[in-house]
Write a protein that binds this ligand. Structure first.
Ligand SMILES: NC(=O)c1ccc[n+]([C@@H]2O[C@H](COP(=O)([O-])OP(=O)(O)OC[C@H]3O[C@@H](n4cnc5c(N)ncnc54)[C@H](O)[C@@H]3O)[C@@H](O)[C@H]2O)c1
Length: 422
């Protein structure tokens, strides 16, 4: 194989597709039997890769496998396994360690090994390198080792693996050169970092930047509401500045595999120096408070109409963590639903990407016909603005609408009495 990708998920699978399109012979190793069987049957479990894509990938020679012998003789091995948080909120590198141990058992001289999983600076050198060297081969001398952060943005119709610049950081200059040459085969622009730590930090800087700026507007949303200021309008005005400003929008919290998790990897590393990374910890606190705030606002809205939350028919729209994808990981919809239910709301949900939804093991009823459900609910809360949710129709059919995503902000007539923005 020219390439074997370990971990065939949101990151690994688009990489397989792009490398295959460039003519590389690609294998994939995953420990999940369902993932491998599904791919072999031509099915995709990842939003951005269609079943048709998988068919093309298989036809071009892609071999998904659970058998680690697929690594034998691979020229390049890329590790794309999950990096979640442990129960105490610190990094959980179990999957990265396990994948590195698997690679060590099959490592040949001359192979390029790249870690793509998001992690704290130092992981490639301090965690992955010693495990790989248990093979008896020395990194930077017998084989190449690099870190290259994945920047995939699920659901983004414009930027994918090919046209998003790819950062590579090598253990040595020749490792960096090997990694740049590899990605250069199917990525338009490769950027070389000074080393693995700089590449690891670049990814965490990107995610922390988003995390902190989202927290900034979330905190502003809370006091702007009390001051009677339309923050959405202020953001739209500020965004007309052609330099020095990037628009971020408030919402019911942060979700997905990156923003709520990755900055913790960085604060963990900083804490090892004996002091906190205050920006990250503050952002965490503010963003985590948003689901509770959304429910408080929803309650106030019902109260205004003379209704209690207890017994009110509340319909939440969009339970995935971002629009137009099916990924529910860390979605703020879950804590919002948990609180609504705890307060006695008669809860239902609608999401074109989610058939069944459970919160704490208890199913939430799914509204089948959107417009009937809108008209029947005492309160509709937009949590994720999927493209199916036409703001005009929402406004027309819902009796009372709480829009936490600003979906309705551009409507000329917002039916102000019945529509409230976060
Ligand atoms: N999803 C995103 O948008 C995104 C974006 C950028 C970076 N990342 C990072 O990329 C990494 C992977 O994330 P993902 O979203 O693709 O995860 P994922 O859960 O979608 O896929 C990971 C796959 O790895 C497999 N796996 C786990 N341990 C394994 C092992 N030891 N051997 C073989 N297979 C193993 C799992 O079965 C799973 O199929 C994470 O570090 C994440 O932070 C994710």
């Amino acid at each position: 194989m020219d390439l074997v990708v370990i971990g065939l998920g949101y990151v690994g699978l688009p990489l397989v597709r792009e490398a295959g399109r460039a003519g590389l012979r690609v294998g994939g190793l995953d420990r999940d039997a369902r993932v491998v069987a599904g791919l072999k049957a031509g099915l995709s479990h990842v939003d951005d890769v269609s079943a048709e894509d998988v068919e093309h990938m298989l036809a071009a020679g892609f071999t998904p496998s659970r058998d680690e012998d697929i690594l034998d003789g691979a020229r390049t091995i890329v590790i794309c396994v999950p990096t979640p948080l442990s129960t105490d909120g610190g990094p959980d590198l179990t999957a990265v360690r396990a994948a590195a141990q698997t690679v060590a058992r099959h490592l040949d001289p001359g192979t390029l090994v790249v870690l793509e999983s998001t992690t704290y600076p130092g992981t490639t050198d301090e965690v992955v390198r010693p495990i790989l060297e248990e093979s008896g081969l020395v990194a930077g001398e017998d084989f190449h080792l690099a870190f290259s952060p994945e920047r995939i943005d699920p659901g983004n119709p414009v930027y994918g693996v090919r046209n998003t610049p790819k950062i590579v950081g090598g253990l040595t200059p020749s490792c960096a050169h090997a990694a740049a040459a590899f990605y250069g085969k199917f990525v338009d622009h490769v950027v070389q970092a000074k080393g693995t730590r700089e590449a690891e930090m670049a990814k965490l800087l990107e995610n922390t930047y988003r995390h902190v700026n989202i927290a900034l507007v979330n905190e502003m949303a809370v006091f702007c509401n009390e001051l009677g200021i339309d923050l959405w309008d202020s953001i739209a005005c500020a965004a007309t500045k052609p330099f020095g400003f990037q628009a971020f929008y408030p919402g019911p919290g942060v979700g997905g595999h990156c923003i709520p998790i990755d900055p913790n990897y960085l604060s963990y590393k900083v804490r090892s120096l004996g002091y906190p990374f205050r920006f990250v910890e503050l952002a965490q606190e503010i963003n985590e408070r948003m689901p509770r705030y959304v429910v408080e606002r929803a309650q106030a809205l019902l109260n205004r109409e003379g209704q209690a939350m207890k017994g009110a028919k509340v319909l939440v729209l969009g339970v995935t963590y971002k629009p137009d994808i099916a990924d529910q990981r860390e979605s703020p919809a879950r804590p919002v639903a948990r609180r609504l239910r705890k307060m006695g709301a008669d809860l239902s949900f609608h999401d074109p990407h989610v058939e069944r939804w459970e919160v704490d093991g208890e199913p939430v009823p799914r509204a089948r016909v959107l417009y009937t459900a809108l008209a029947e609910a005492d309160l509709v809360i937009v949590l994720t603005d999927h493209r199916e949710y036409d703001p005009e129709s929402l406004t027309r059919h819902a009796r009372l609408l709480f829009d936490t995503r600003g979906a309705t902000r551009r409507l000329e007539e917002t039916a102000a009495e019945r529509v409230e923005l976060l």
